[in-house]
Design a protein. Sequence first.
Length: 133
Amino acid sequence: MNKIEHIGIAVNSLEEANNLYTQLLGEFPYKSEVVESEKVITSFFKNGPNKIELLAATHESSAIAKFIEKKGEGIHHIAFAVDNIYEEMERLTKAGFQLLSTTPKKGADNKLVCFVHPKSAHGVLIELCQEIK
């Protein structure tokens, strides 16, 4: 794993959260994107070399909607940049981590993504991200 790629924050209202984070960081989001496969809409903010992803559900059956219903708004996941997501998935599986899928899928911000189950990481949902070239 190379670095923390971004921190994902689950929100009820993307518009309200965008306004709050724009005020907090003094910058507008640089990107907003719908991820149909996850039933979410996202916004990305940059803060120096760091990124924050705000995620709002577009359907009540999305993982974000279920997360907010159970835990409320807040930090949803920590994403790590990887050079080769397939190798990293294999390494983590061999090390005993439980992955939420057997193959990566297209995520937001031009990334292939895979998630590590929170039960495997002391309650933290981990996302692996590889830039799609």
